[in-house]
Write a protein that binds this ligand. Structure first.
Ligand SMILES: NC(=O)c1ccc[n+]([C@@H]2O[C@H](COP(=O)([O-])OP(=O)(O)OC[C@H]3O[C@@H](n4cnc5c(N)ncnc54)[C@H](O)[C@@H]3O)[C@@H](O)[C@H]2O)c1
Length: 279
């Protein structure tokens, strides 16, 4: 490898990278690093205005022309149409970041806590699976197939979670003064969706390997985002580095996974969690 090639190992120069959930807390950061390293982010989210604004912002800062697409990743015909639109506009897709997910939120009443397994509503289960798992598969089905048709292949990154690797420690969510049956918990769908994404990663890593398509999972730990002090103290004590992540601390790993810097990385499940899953 020449010095020049080595220095450009992380460049995404002109690569078209589809990012789902691009308008969210981490999606914006994924899009930013793709644009900063020369890629063309295709910003996909249900929030039409937010995703349009992000495209304008990235275009101004990075001299790129990102494409913003407002769509629901549970709608297969919308995905299929958008895939054709992307191919018409750019002629190729080089990468996919399966990042969109529901952050399962469940109602509470004085007598029932619906986050608990025994009360968890079937329709919330179905919605969470539909976005986080079925949506990721549908995106792989269409955008992933387009990457497999790309003569140079490409990279799929599934955004799982440390909670795809370990069980949630429900003691973190405990509230004093509440009876056991009313205690809130991390909903079951979060574990199921994130573990499922790890299975999808392994499947895809072998499925199109002969077409040059790599697939890896990043498993981020929690991000600092104005959580109550009491919660932070508890969660920090379970992380060897003693803190949650800043929202920009996943950008380096994503860039590595999307670029040629990880050209032999395939089927890896990479925890980026301050060491939480090591304990
Ligand atoms: N934030 C964290 O602490 C953390 C930790 C570990 C893993 N993760 C994972 O990282 C990813 C991003 O997390 P985040 O904190 O940025 O979430 P977020 O809720 O801020 O963003 C999610 C985005 O997905 C979009 N979205 C939801 N349903 C959609 C659908 N059906 N079609 C299209 N777009 C849809 C939302 O509009 C939103 O913009 C998620 O997969 C999440 O589970 C987050």
């Amino acid at each position: 490898m020449t010095v020049n090639q080595l220095q450009n190992l992380f460049n995404l120069d002109g690569r078209v990278i589809v990012i789902t959930g691009a308008a969210g807390l981490l999606g914006q950061k994924h899009a930013e690093v793709v644009a900063a390293y020369g890629g063309i982010p295709v910003l996909l989210d249900m929030q039409a205005t937010a995703v349009q604004n992000l495209a304008v912002d990235l275009a101004n800062k990075h001299d790129r022309e990102p494409l913003a697409l407002a769509l629901d990743i549970t709608d297969e015909s919308a995905i299929s149409r958008s895939c054709q639109d992307i191919l018409d506009k750019f002629g190729r897709i080089d990468g996919l970041v399966n990042n969109a997910a529901n952050n399962p939120k469940v109602e509470q009443s004085d007598t029932k806590n619906f986050s608990r397994l025994e009360n968890f509503p079937l329709e919330v289960w179905q919605q969470d699976i539909a976005v986080g798992l079925t949506g990721a598969w549908l995106c792989a089905k269409h955008y992933g197939q387009a990457i497999a048709n790309n003569p140079v292949g490409g990279s799929i990154v599934n955004i799982a979670s440390d909670l795809g690797v370990i069980a949630p420690d429900q003691r973190l969510y405990k509230q004093s003064g509440l009876a056991d049956e009313l205690q809130p918990v991390k909903p079951v769908t979060y574990s199921v969706v994130k573990s499922g994404l790890i299975g999808l990663t392994r499947y895809l890593a072998t499925y199109w390997a002969d077409k040059g398509v790599r697939c890896n999972a990043m498993c981020p730990g929690g991000v600092e985002n104005n959580q109550p002090e009491e919660f932070l103290a508890k969660v920090n004590s379970r992380i060897p580095m003693g803190r949650l992540a800043k929202k920009n601390e996943y950008q380096g790993t994503l860039l590595w996974m999307l670029s040629d810097a990880s050209s032999y990385l395939n089927g890896a499940i990479v925890s980026v969690d301050g060491g939480r899953t090591t304990w």
